[in-house]
Design a protein around this ligand. Structure first.
Ligand code: FAD
Length: 401
């Protein structure tokens, strides 16, 4: 077998979702080729991702947590929601503590670039073969999946895991359509220093154009995801660091003291996407190739890592039973289980976002009433905390406590 063009599993895309899947499969002694995409496409990424306990367990099992990765991260001990809409009916501030479910932390906030570096190094150690080219097309024929690269050469395997992002070429050439929509919002991602400690609290300020979220980083530093109208985001992106810091300090009502040291900023248009199917014979969609949500409630990559974990579990189980991992029945099991997790979460994120944007009073009243009920009713709080971390059923084995 030519290890550069023929393997067990082909993974397209080397973002966090694709690399996590590559590590999991290679750890199970499968030969994996990762079509990493052209290096030129990669842009500097100032984002951090809040990864919840089940995702952290996955990083632990593949051997990159705690290790060097943990050094650059901060624990998320409390999540606080503040109604900052200024409406007549204001919801009470709700704070969820990890101690309410007997944990020290809900998860950790990790710089995306550092996460990708550590996953990449792990995949290389585990013997994953990397091809630094773009994947152009997918084809399935009997027992075999084929990926054509941009230079016309072909790779073959038993199955393709497509983790090539929201514009996925694999999804399109496999003939899977996607429902796509956009929000009249964009988000600025950056980091900042502050004079007061964050005490491990991540705060979502719910404003009329979307949430502004601060997430703890090591020391007196936090990361920021600020969703606003695209016009205001454009203006905020042109402010000097000093003016941006002043504006941010005002928007968060001085809760973190004096704001300074603004990091590199990058803006992201806010879009949603759901593939009409997450799998077909010899192809599974992973991460943003399957689903995209706005950054509310830290759902995006946590869902994507569950895609990677379930895909690896189903493939490894099939191989262990000497069955075909690319069969229609394995694909259907993946599709059904992942949609059961992803679709309700996308709906929840969409509804929360829409309830802020809606100019109709009934929506604000409903949100205020909902948050008020949650803040007072213990069993409901606990259920919401546990479901926010991960689904209580169907969690891939590797992510279970
Ligand atoms: C501002 C912001 C904040 C966020 N915060 C959080 C958070 O706190 N918690 C959370 O869980 N999620 C968060 N998310 C979501 C999270 O960042 C994404 O879900 C995640 O980065 C997507 O990873 P991915 O691997 O699916 O896709 P990507 O990171 O987009 O990776 C796709 C990869 O495929 C490659 N590629 C593309 N086309 C090809 C091709 N033809 N051939 C080969 N390779 C190709 C690309 O180069 C890229 O490397 C946030 C998102 C935003 C925008």
């Amino acid at each position: 077998m030519d290890r550069l063009s023929s393997c067990d599993i082909i993974i397209t895309g080397s973002g966090p979702a694709g690399l996590a899947a590559a590590c999991l499969l290679a750890a199970n002694e499968l030969h994996v080729i990762c079509v990493a995409g052209k290096a030129a496409r990669k842009q500097a990424d100032p984002r951090t991702v809040a990864l919840m306990l089940p995702s952290i367990r996955l990083l632990h099992k593949i051997g990159i947590w705690p290790g060097e990765l943990k050094v650059d991260t901060a624990a998320l001990r409390k999540l606080r929601l503040i109604d900052d809409t200024g409406n007549i009916l204001t919801a009470p501030t709700v704070t969820f503590g990890a101690d309410e479910i007997g944990e020290d932390a809900f998860g950790w906030n990790i710089p995306v670039e550092r996460l990708v570096e550590c996953l990449q190094a792990c995949a290389e150690r585990l013997g994953v073969t990397f091809r630094h080219k773009d994947a152009a097309a997918f084809r399935a024929r009997r027992e075999q999946a084929t990926v054509r690269l941009e230079d016309g050469s072909e790779l073959t395997g038993r199955l393709v895991l497509a983790a090539d992002g929201r514009e996925s070429k694999m999804r399109a050439t496999a003939g899977i359509s996607a429902l796509e929509w956009s929000y009249d919002q964009a988000a600025i991602a950056t980091s900042f220093g502050h004079s007061a400690p964050h005490c491990g609290i991540s705060t979502e300020f719910h404003k009329t154009a979307g949430p502004l979220t601060t997430v703890p980083m090591p020391g007196n530093k936090s990361s920021l995801v600020w969703m606003e109208t695209p016009a205001l985001v454009d203006r905020l992106m042109t402010l000097s660091d000093q003016d941006f810091a002043k504006r941010l300090q005002f928007e968060i009502h001085g809760k973190l003291g004096l704001v300074s040291e603004i990091g590199p900023r990058r803006s992201f248009p806010m879009r949603g996407l759901t593939a009409t199917s997450f799998a077909k014979q010899r192809l599974f969609l992973i991460g943003e190739a399957a689903h995209v949500v706005p950054p509310i409630g830290a759902q995006g990559l946590n869902m994507s890592l569950r895609d990677a974990a379930l895909a690896a579990e189903l493939v490894s189980d099939a191989v262990a039973e000497e069955a075909d991992p690319g069969s229609a029945s394995v694909a259907e099991a993946y599709n059904v289980k992942r949609r059961r997790d992803v679709l309700p979460r996308q709906a929840m994120v969409h509804t929360l976002n829409a309830s802020l944007l809606a100019s109709l009073a009934p929506f604000h009243s409903l949100r205020a009433l909902g948050l008020s009920t949650i803040s007072q009713f213990g069993p409901l709080r606990e259920r919401i905390i546990r479901e926010g971390l991960a689904p209580q059923s169907d969690l891939p084995r590797i992510m279970r406590a």
